[in-house]
Design a protein around this ligand. Structure first.
Ligand SMILES: Cc1cc2nc3c(=O)[nH]c(=O)nc-3n(C[C@H](O)[C@H](O)[C@H](O)COP(=O)(O)OP(=O)(O)OC[C@H]3O[C@@H](n4cnc5c(N)ncnc54)[C@H](O)[C@@H]3O)c2cc1C
Length: 382
């Protein structure tokens, strides 16, 4: 019986654990380690912060019954065991590294901002928004998809607040026509756009930019993401941004018993350069990572990961949305959909993420531009 420890129970970790348990039933023993007993639907954290039903559900109800759950954080990963912050340790034959991402905190005064990238930040923002009087200024920093969704959601739930979005650009990765439509939709929703500005510091009462100060009673940080430093602290090979480096099959370089999945992992560019940090990439990475572990347990050659992206599904409050189709390499395609129909599609996408983790054997994904091929066996397994 091979002991597999999955560190992190987000989209990638839960998919990997359930697929391993479902497919490898008789020859694997799976334990998931996660700091809290809940699954956090991160893709709904902007809804959560704005006061929608909470975006958490018990992990025990999502994990297959034969998967063990250990509520703790991993402190250090050694050759065949992982040390936990509750004083315990777990020995493993294979480890799946799935610790995800959180907000990058480099900005001067970031302690004055509410972070939307993790549950604690979203909880605290939820409380803060409820305390604000009508017309209070709220500034969202960051014009990526999280900033756009957060601004629109807060405007939808709190129409009396004075909401602004500040960023150098808003929806930068989208074609000009899609960008213009999103700008118009945000303006319609009552969000004032301040584009072409660089935020230089955050204060308790405002946001400094290179174009002047914006008053704010509640600043929401929707800037870049960073990854936990667990791999770095454990002496594992990492990219410059701290993501675990793997081969084509998602096996950690030089550590053949560790497989990496999700936001916290950097596969080689020819299979992974187009995989932006997203739930869209984390789920198939989790499934492929599970297949790689099963192949190694059975003495077979794992295959290279091959994932095609499909597009961006953006919620704009509860009644509007925008879908931008993409080619498999994540470059935008011609098709876009907006309005109520797009909001419905986005909601279905969110629900599908949970369903797919419940039915991991049936889960399929679009292959990438590079086909999946067997990866040569390692020279020496550790
Ligand atoms: C507001 C918002 C909206 C988003 N919307 C979308 C969207 O529409 N579409 C999309 O594709 N993506 C979206 N994303 C991005 C998406 O949520 C992430 O890319 C996705 O969650 C990554 O999945 P993951 O499994 O790699 O990591 P996560 O979901 O972050 O899970 C990682 C898990 O590991 C745990 N962990 C961390 N450190 C340790 C440790 N030391 N020991 C044990 N466990 C640990 C964490 O607590 C967490 O449970 C959104 C993100 C945000 C914040």
């Amino acid at each position: 019986m091979a002991r597999v420890v999955v560190v992190g129970a987000g989209y990638a970790g839960v998919m990997a654990a359930n697929r391993l348990a479902a497919v490898g039933r008789s020859d694997v023993d799976v334990t998931v380690v996660n700091p809290r007993p809940d699954f956090v639907e991160r893709i709904r954290l902007h809804e959560h912060a704005a006061g929608a039903p909470r975006a958490i559900r018990p992990l025990r109800g999502l994990l297959r019954p034969d998967v063990r759950l250990r509520v703790a954080a991993a402190d250090a990963i050694a050759e065949r065991s992982v040390r936990l912050d509750d004083g315990g340790a777990l020995d493993f034959d294979y480890l799946l590294y799935a610790v995800g991402s959180t907000a990058a905190r480099g900005m001067t005064g970031s302690e004055h901002a509410w972070n939307i990238a993790d549950l604690d930040g979203a909880e605290s923002l939820r409380t803060r928004l409820r305390q604000l009087p009508a017309q209070a200024p709220v500034v969202i920093v960051g014009g990526g998809l999280t900033g756009i969704e957060s601004a629109a959601e807060i405007a939808y739930r709190y129409p009396s607040l004075d909401i602004a979005l500040v960023s150098r650009s808003v929806a930068a990765g989208l074609p000009a026509s899609s960008r213009a439509r999103i700008h118009a939709k945000l303006a319609n929703a009552g969000v004032a756009l301040h584009t072409g500005l660089r935020v230089t510091a955050i204060h308790a009462s405002g946001v400094d930019t290179d174009g002047g100060r914006l008053p704010s009673d509640c600043t929401v940080w929707a800037g870049p993401l960073a990854v936990p430093d667990l791999a770095l602290r454990s002496g594992l090979p990492v990219a410059t941004d701290g993501r675990l480096r793997t081969d084509d099959a998602l096996v950690c370089l030089h550590h053949r018993r560790i497989v990496g999945v999700g936001d916290a992992v950097a596969p080689p560019a020819h299979v992974g350069a187009h995989l932006r940090m997203s739930c869209q990439a984390a789920l198939p990475m989790g499934a492929h990572g599970a297949d790689t572990v099963l192949a190694m347990i059975r003495g077979q050659q794992p295959t290279s990961v091959s994932i095609g992206m499909t597009g961006q599904a953006i919620s704009l409050g509860r009644r509007d949305g925008f879908i931008q189709a993409a080619h498999r390499d994540d470059t935008p395609a011609a098709f876009a959909l907006s309005g109520r129909a797009a909001a419905v599609v986005k909601e279905r996408v969110c629900r599908f993420t949970v369903t797919s983790m419940r039915f991991p054997r049936a889960y399929r994904w679009l292959p990438g531009a590079t086909p999946s091929v067997p990866v040569p066996p390692p020279v020496a397994a550790r």
